[in-house]
Design a protein around this ligand. Sequence first.
Ligand code: PLP
Length: 321
Amino acid sequence: MTAVSDVSLDPIVYLNGELVPLSEAHVPVLDRGFIFGDGIYEVAPLYPHASGRTAFRFRHHLARLARSLDKIGIVNPFDDAGWRELIERVVAANEADAGLRADQDAIAYVQITRGVAKRGHAFPAGIQPTVFVMVTPLNLPDAAQRAQGVRCVTAEDRRWLNCDIKSVSLLGNVLMAQYAAENDSFETIQFRDGMLTEGSSSNIWMVKNGVLYAPPRSHKILEGIRYGLIEELTSECGIRFEAREIAEAELRAADEILVSSATKEVLPVTQLDGRPVGNGKPGAVFAALYAAYQRAKAKEAQQAQQAQQGVESESRERVIA
Ligand SMILES: Cc1ncc(COP(=O)(O)O)c(C=O)c1O
């Protein structure tokens, strides 16, 4: 068995119709995901509550998954109900046999590649996509990171121009994450032609004079599921939001910078290239949006619990009737 660094557990994963331990899950080397990076992925948080788990903003994750598949011409192997059922199966298997605690935050990783074929660039006819699902514990940022904020560095965005596809071809992003790591930083914030794009695995937000700004949705960024969520939360919090191009100089003069992603939720950036952002402390807009984010999680959990109770009482009524 090949050692997989940082995988202490051996989660139960789904691969092409089967539930197997990760250590026994194998794909042929001619899988186009391995040979060409010809595939897409999705990452969705699963938050526990009293009667199960909520796949947070799952409808939006599934819509993005469908868009990514569509853009690269792979037929979606499941409908939304099928994906929900599959994730539930993988969660249940991990709770039963792989040590995932029912009260633990978790993350669902879904990957679909075009499948296995003789090597050749253009799409081969008649092959089945490879479908992989993994659910592992999620360690959200801790209170200290939220209280102090995180350090980021900047770099030129040298990736391709289809960043709206959540592609497994992530070399550009990998190099940017490595650059952050080598500079003892949390994330690399990228600029293309002098304008803010995004982080290596996150969206970036700027606050100036109480207004929240983000680069507009386009092929130059991945539209995070938190992009739409934070946009919604601004109206709840009475914060003005504007999607527009942000020049590098503007970002460097920001009052606050925020970073968002499924695994980080929303975090304040308090140092950029070694200089303090604003007064060097997390700001009021971050505090308001973080609190609203937690309320959104609680609200979805409550709705899921109510839906669950509705299903249970309906089935009790059916049994009684
Ligand atoms: C390049 C990139 N941009 C943005 C995001 C944020 O997306 P989400 O909020 O859906 O996690 C990610 C997440 O991994 C990403 O990889």
